[in-house]
Design a protein around this ligand. Structure first.
Ligand code: C2E
Ligand code: CA
Ligand code: CA
Length: 785
């Protein structure tokens, strides 16, 4: 294809600007040639057939076609194959018109019969309209499928037929009858007119469909078609004797038609970024129907006058048949469209109410279902609804340690199991958010029934979940239960179950809690604490202080270390102990930034007392924080504390998880000590201790409570056993909760080397602790995070 596509752009030469300049030159040339052709029509002689006989008109027409071809070479820049073919169609149309006007020159009246000659001679010229119409259709946006294409062509044919019948009846037929008598009807005229109007109709429809950048090109082509039709129509009147005019207006129109088609090729494609207008002109697409109305009028009038010609009848019959066909097509298109629309709407509705990952109802779907149940309840068809709120325990840890793909697999597995649990009796399962699920149990009135289903759900969740990498994971979940005999607002019910679930979590996880009113109060208190905590953390002056409690070497009555214990100096409530706010901090994730502050202050205090080991508590959330090890390393560096002087305490519960053991190993890898806090009351086994060599084991204070009493024998045996195990495994042992001299003596006699408790020293503000023990003044450097 002779096109010039995106020439490489250099700073000196902008191809777009170049194209625009060339287009201007081309269009000016076209305009000059068109004016010259019209002038030639005016000055050159006209023969008896109404054709211009001088040579110059033909020369200018030929030149217009040539200029058009040159334009094809230069202007098709935003070229698509479609545009090239369209340009070829325009030039083809212009070409056959030029050839046709040459034919007019020949003396042979049969050949010159642009109006009355053989079909064979007229055929090339008849092609001009359809060719140009093809061009505009090609330029407009591609036709979608056979049906749309057929409808488009039908529309054009319908309009063409309608116009032809009317023009025939009103003008051509009476005129030709007047001049030639009933036999001499110029039948070819109707063919020209029909084809011209069909082409123009298609052109107008293309105007509607075309994208903005190509609109001017299509417009120029349609204008060309209009000139063509006007020329053909005028020719009819000129040709009728004695109408031979001095000036052949039809020739001028044809020349202008050729010029417009050449211009359609030269006009540059513009504004490629513009959008097509959004609105649809319904009346435009209904155009074929409008054109039928005058045909009906013609039929009626002809019937009344009794001159119903076969041409009119055939034309009308063709129109009716086409109209029927077009209607069938439109209907089938509509049916297909409606089907697509229905499917889309259904899909959207489903998606709006369902969760993409698990396919369960989502929050919207759940609330909708609850609303539906409320309606049922109001009609008396439903007595009560049980609702179970389920939250996967420590799900964030799964995501953080195993990745989101594993997290998704867990959620899908949980959803699948919940689906099975609710499979019967119209119950529903929903994914409320993240790792939160809700079971809706309509008609389950008594708590025992709901509790049983909740327990089934938790049991199902606890079965091992296979992972893609071939491994397995076991997760637990906590559940809150509520029963409504009168549904008010669905969301309130979910909230109640959520509160109960939170209680289950706080109570140690993997449990079920039933909602009661006082839970709501507790939950409100918790909310208040959470908001206070958030404000305190954001406040410029820290409200949190670290207190230190001594850890003493029992044999030598000397300081071994100190445990850092956080206190919250609340501006209104005074000193708040960790038991009041740490669970909230843990649940909300605020423990992580708070923990960073505590760690930094504790390290700063340890630096002030030479040789002191500072022990800092880590909550589960902190252990699962992927940045923990980096933060610890960073803090030690910033504060300038040797790693061996820091000990991090974790509760033994977290030891059941292999991945947290890896975290502990990494911490030990830094040279930092690890302590197992509250040992003996949690869920780990002694076997786990072997995996963290060198750890400090802090015997829970419940072992010491009665160790000096009458029934303290068992506790003494336990402590003794722990001491010997610790010796075997090279662990350090600490006894917590020494409140009396007697307790101290017993644990010392049992061989416990280190002790902690009020008897040995209560927690005390870090600064006071340091001063009392002759340390350097406390200098706290700001932590990085
Ligand atoms: P824990 O780690 O077992 O800390 C020891 C708790 O026992 C402290 O309570 C301490 O004041 C108390 N205690 C000390 N000696 C005695 C005694 O002789 N008898 C009795 N009955 N209690 C004694 P506290 O400070 O209220 O801390 C409670 C818990 O809060 C801690 O238990 C620890 O799990 C957590 N915690 C405290 N500070 C932090 C912290 O900075 N970060 C984290 N993550 N948790 C902390
Ligand atoms: Ca502790
Ligand atoms: Ca403890």
């Amino acid at each position: 294809m002779p096109t010039e596509r995106s020439a490489p752009s250099t700073p000196q030469h902008d191809p777009v600007v170049g194209t625009v300049r060339r287009s201007t030159i081309g269009l000016v040339l076209v305009a000059v040639l068109a004016a010259a052709a019209v002038a030639a029509v005016a000055v050159e002689p006209v023969d008896a057939q109404g054709a211009v006989t001088g040579p110059w008109l033909r020369v200018f027409e030929g030149l217009l076609v040539v200029v058009g071809f040159v334009g094809l070479r230069f202007t098709v820049r935003v070229a698509t194959a479609r545009r090239e073919w369209a340009a070829f169609s325009f030039l083809g149309a212009a070409g056959v018109m030029a050839v046709g006007s040459l034919v007019l020159l020949t003396d042979d009246p049969a050949l010159a019969g642009h109006f009355k000659g053989d079909v064979a001679q007229n055929l090339p010229q008849l092609l001009a309209g359809p060719l140009a119409a093809c061009g505009v259709l090609l330029l407009s946006r591609p036709v979608r499928g056979f049906v749309e294409g057929t409808r488009l062509v039908l529309d054009g044919v319908l309009i063409g037929c309608g116009v032809s019948v009317v023009v025939w009846y009103l003008a051509l037929q009476p005129l030709s009858e007047a001049h030639y008598g009933p036999q001499g009807a110029p039948s070819m005229a109707i063919a020209y007119l029909a084809l011209d109007t069909i082409a123009i109709a298609l052109g107008l429809m293309a105007m509607l469909r075309v994208s903005v950048p190509l609109r001017r090109n299509v417009l120029a082509a349609v204008v060309g078609l209009c000139w063509l039709m006007v020329g053909d129509a005028l020719r009819g009147f000129e040709f009728l004797p004695p109408g031979i005019p001095e000036l052949s207006a039809s020739e001028a129109c044809w020349a202008l038609g050729i010029a417009s088609l050449a211009a359609a090729v030269w006009i540059p494609v513009g504004g490629a970024t513009e959008e097509r207008p959004r609105h649809t002109w319904w009346w435009w697409s209904a155009m074929p129907y409008f054109f039928v109305i005058p045909v009906a009028a013609v039929l009626v009038s002809a019937a009344v006058r009794g001159d119903l010609e076969p041409e009119v009848v055939v034309g009308a019959a063709v129109i009716i048949a086409l109209l029927g066909l077009r209607h069938v097509l439109t209907l089938s298109e509509n049916v297909a469209l409606t089907d697509r629309l229905t499917a889309t709407v259904r899909g959207l509705e489903h998606r709006a109410a369902h969760d993409e990952l698990t396919g369960l109802l989502n929050r919207t779907g759940l609330i909708r279902r609850l609303d539906g149940m409320r309606a049922q309840q109001e009609e008396g068809r439903l007595c009560s609804v049980g609702l179970v709120f389920i939250d996967v325990d420590r799900f964030k840890g799964v995501n953080d340690t195993l990745g989101h793909a594993a997290g998704d697999a867990v959620l899908r597995a949980v959803a699948e199991r919940l689906r099975t649990v609710v499979a019967a009796d119209g119950a529903d399962a929903a994914r409320f958010a993240g790792d939160e699920f809700v079971l809706l149990l309509p008609g389950v009135g008594e708590p025992a029934g709901v509790l049983a289903r909740a327990q089934d759900a938790l049991d199902a969740i606890e079965r091992p979940i296979p992972l893609d990498d071939g491994g397995e994971i076991v997760v637990t979940a906590s559940a809150g239960v509520t029963i409504a005999t009168r549904l008010d607002v669905g969301e309130a019910m979910v909230r109640e179950a959520d509160i109960a679930m939170f209680e289950a979590k706080s109570g140690g996880r993997a449990r079920i809690e039933v909602f009661e009113e006082d839970l709501r109060q507790r939950s409100e208190v918790r909310m208040e604490v959470e908001q206070d905590l958030r404000r305190a953390l954001a406040a410029p002056d820290s409200q949190f202080e670290v207190h230190l409690q001594p850890l003493a070497l029992l044999d030598e009555d000397r300081l071994w270390g100190a445990e850092a214990l956080v206190r919250w100096r609340h501006p209104e409530k005074g000193m708040v102990l960790p038991g009041r706010f740490l669970p909230v901090a843990e649940e909300s994730g605020m423990i992580v930034p708070l923990g960073d502050v505590i760690l930094a202050e504790a390290c700063a205090a340890a630096v002030a007392i030479p040789g002191l080991i500072v022990s800092v508590n880590l909550s589960p959330r902190q252990i699962h924080d992927s940045k923990l090890v980096a933060t610890v390393r960073q803090t030690l560096e910033t504060q300038g504390l040797a790693p061996a002087r820091l000990c991090l305490e974790v509760t033994e519960d977290i030891l059941v998880d292999d991945r947290t053991i890896t975290v502990l190993e990494n911490i030990q890898g830094l040279g930092v000590r690890v302590a197992i806090d509250d040992f003996g009351i949690g869920a780990s086994s002694l076997r786990q201790l072997r995996r963290i060599p060198g750890a400090v084991v802090k015997i829970d204070r419940s072992f010491l409570e009665n160790i000096d009493g009458e029934r303290g024998g068992d506790d003494r045996v336990m402590v003794k056993a722990l001491v010997s195990i610790a010796e075997q495994l090279e662990l350090e042992i600490v006894a917590e909760g020494i409140e009396r001299q007697s307790q101290l003596e017993i644990v010392r006699d049992l061989g416990v080397p280190i002790g902690q408790g009020w008897y040995l020293g209560a927690p005390q503000r870090a600064a006071a602790f340091v001063t009392e023990r002759g340390g350097r003044p406390l200098v706290r450097r700001t932590p990085r995070r």
